[in-house]
Write a protein that binds this ligand. Structure first.
Ligand code: SAH
Length: 195
C-alpha cells in the first residue's frame, strides 16, 4: 500500500525551484555503485550503445558511459541542471531548438556523444529521440508523480530497442513516514507496469 503518496503531485515548477535553491540532495558526485555493479548486465557484451537517462538531472554517470564510447541521451526539465552538467565536466556544448517540441531545446556536447533534451519527458517520442539499447533509471521512475507512472512506463517501453536492457533503481521504505520524492514503488507495481 503506497498510502497517501498516491495523490501527491510535484509540479515542474517545483522541480525548477529545487534546482534554483540548490535543494538537490538527490545529486551525487560519485558514480552510482549499482551502475558499476550491474554494468555488464546493461552492456551485455555490446559496445557503442545508445543509452537513455530519463529525468537525468546532472548525473555524472552520463559522462562515465560517454567516456566508455557509448552515446548518451538524457531528458531533464531544468536547463540549469543541464548547463551545470556540461560546465562541471568542462565539456563544450552547443544548443539548438527541437522543432517538434514547443520551447524544447537540445544541448549537445561538441564531441556529439552526449545529447540532453531540455523539456518534459512526456514531450518525447521515438520519432524525436529514436530507440535505445539501454536505460539507466535512477531517480526517474521514483521521481515521477504516482498518477503518471503508467504513462511514463509506456513511453519507456516504446523507447526501447528489441534487445534493450533496463536498469532500475528504487528505494524501499514506509510510504506513510515520508511524502517523497523519491516515492516508494512496490515491486508488484513495477511488475505490472513493465509487464
Ligand atoms: N536521475 C538524476 C536526477 C534525479 S531527480 C540523478 O540520478 O541524479 C529527478 C529529476 O527529474 C530532477 O532533476 C527534475 O528536475 C527532473 N524532472 C522532474 N519531472 C520531469 C519531467 N516531467 N521531465 C523531465 N525531467 C523531469
Amino acid at each position: 500500500d503506497i498510502g497517501s503518496q498516491k495523490e501527491r503531485v510535484v509540479t515542474e515548477e517545483e522541480w525548477l525551484q529545487k534546482w534554483e535553491m540548490g535543494n538537490i540532495g538527490f545529486h551525487k558526485e560519485q558514480g552510482h555503485p549499482l551502475l558499476q555493479k550491474y554494468l555488464d548486465v546493461l552492456l551485455n557484451g555490446r559496445s557503442g550503445l545508445r543509452i537513455f537517462f530519463p529525468l537525468c538531472g546532472k548525473a555524472v554517470e552520463m559522462k562515465w558511459l560517454a567516456d566508455m564510447g557509448h552515446n548518451v541521451v538524457g531528458v531533464e526539465v531544468s536547463e540549469q541542471a543541464l548547463k551545470e552538467f556540461f560546465s562541471e565536466h568542462s565539456l563544450p556544448y552547443c544548443e539548438e531548438p527541437v522543432p517538434e517540441i514547443s520551447g524544447g531545446k537540445m544541448f549537445q556536447s561538441t564531441s556529439g556523444n552526449i545529447s540532453l533534451y531540455c523539456c518534459s519527458i512526456y514531450d518525447l517520442s521515438s520519432s524525436i529521440v529514436g530507440k535505445f539499447d539501454g536505460v539507466w533509471d535512477r531517480g526517474a521512475l521514483v521521481a515521477v508523480n504516482p498518477c503518471d507512472r503508467q504513462r511514463y512506463t509506456s513511453l519507456m517501453i516504446n523507447l526501447m530497442e528489441k534487445n534493450s536492457s533496463y536498469l532500475l533503481v528504487t528505494v524501499s521504505y514506509d510510504p506513510n513516514k515520508h511524502k517523497g520524492p523519491p516515492f516508494y514503488v512496490p515491486e508488484s507495481e513495477i511488475k505490472s507496469l513493465f509487464g
